[in-house]
Unconditional design. Structure first.
Length: 391
């Protein structure tokens, strides 16, 4: 009997999903394990989708996405980052950010190649490298003082003749870490020296609390890169516009890779959903007010969680600059999945285990604070009581 491909068997399952499957069979759970806001998609976006259906946007689009949406994305980079992109040759609309991640990695790696992933990180990046029949080397972000940093010595040591890609995430899921401009410059120089593709997951770039004003994005690596650099940027409408279920994102890439990624889209999904693409246009055009209001609430939520965890013995928690996660490190914790499972069963609080985020993640847990205070406050009360009891 034929079996499942060995290359697929080597790809691990999601430990976040494993825990969530337990929680979904329970009532009354405070669900803080998934990486999404519990806010519904704003009405102005939903109404845009209704209009799109009524206007007949129910047919195939170009593999790279609607030209109007690609122009809108290019305009957002010009407005927010002073970066000029060619919407016809450097932007590919995808069916979600994870599809953009997978598509870009598939275009960069051959079987037997190696990719470096900076972790702790959303596991889909490392798993996409493995799905390309390549090997992944995970390099943890070290915690130095009150901030996560990049271990450039470890990156240098990880490069082999088969290395083709370096993947990092800023703002980070799960750390909330944001790369400084100096760190970005050093990453770009590292990739240039070693002849690597540099892939930046910038899905959370609008969820940033340390800019000159709320709403300023995290500076994109595209501000530093030339259009001839081997650089890719993954993005999505999911987080900034509460559109996780709509499954629409994009990939920015050098023209040669973008051309091939556009061709491959035909054989993967054909294109992102047409109606969702039209809704994305309106999100970019009209979403600033809703985005700022969400950021104001997220900043309050972050404070609720930080205050609840401050002063608890054995808990180390750097203040995150971006995204909507906390990643407290718990002294003596050796099995974060078991810890989160016991927390769930005993208190009905669902958090994500640090082990799910790769090297450097064990010993920590992830809290998604993109929920209203009426959920966060009792969840944190139960969680901190569980911690103080030494469970």
């Amino acid at each position: 009997m034929p079996g499942v491909a060995a290359s697929v068997e080597r790809v691990p399952g999601s430990r976040i999903r494993e825990l969530a499957d337990i929680a979904m069979g329970m009532d009354g759970v405070y669900r803080l394990y998934f990486g999404e806001s519990n806010l519904p998609t704003p009405d102005y976006i939903k109404q845009a989708a209704v209009r799109a259906m009524q206007d007949g946007f129910t047919f195939y689009t170009e593999n790279a996405g609607l030209p109007s949406l690609r122009r809108a994305i290019a305009e957002s980079y010009r407005r927010l980052h002073a970066v000029e992109l060619d919407p016809r040759s450097e932007i590919i609309v995808t069916a979600s950010g994870v599809q953009a991640l997978n598509l870009g990695i598939r275009c960069a790696l051959d079987p037997g190649d190696e990719g470096i992933a900076m972790t702790p990180a959303w596991p889909n990046g490392s798993c996409s490298i493995m799905m390309a029949s390549a090997a992944v080397r995970q390099i943890p972000h070290p915690l130095r003082g009150t901030r996560y940093t990049i271990d450039f010595d470890a990156l240098e040591a990880a490069v082999t003749p088969r290395t083709r890609l370096l993947l990092y995430t800023s703002p980070s899921n799960p750390l909330g870490w944001v790369a400084t401009e100096e760190e970005q410059r050093k990453l770009l120089d590292f990739a240039r020296r070693h002849g690597l593709w540099l892939m930046a997951d910038e899905v959370y770039d609008r969820l940033y609390y340390s800019g000159e004003k709320l709403g300023d994005p995290v500076p994109s690596i595209l501000r530093m890169a030339t259009r001839d650099d081997a650089v890719m940027v993954v993005h999505s409408f999911s987080k900034s516009y509460c559109m996780t279920g709509w499954r629409v994102g994009w990939l920015v890439a050098r023209r040669d890779l973008a051309k091939k990624a556009t061709q491959l889209n035909e054989f993967v999904v054909s294109h992102a959903p047409t109606i969702a693409q039209k809704a994305g246009e309106i999100a970019l055009a009209e979403g600033e007010g809703e985005l700022i209001r969400m950021l104001e609430q997220l900043r309050v939520n972050r404070g609720i969680c930080l205050d609840a965890l401050s002063g608890i013995p054995g808990v180390t928690l750097p203040t995150p600059d971006g995204a909507f996660y906390l990643f407290p490190r718990i002294e003596g914790l050796e099995d974060s999945f078991d810890f989160c499972k016991r927390l769930l069963l005993e208190t009905r609080v669902g958090l994500a285990p640090g082990v799910a985020f790769g090297a450097g993640g064990e010993g920590s847990i992830r809290i998604c604070y993109a929920a209203e205070p009426s959920i966060l406050e009792p969840a944190m009360e139960r969680f901190t009581k569980f911690l103080r009891a030494g469970r």
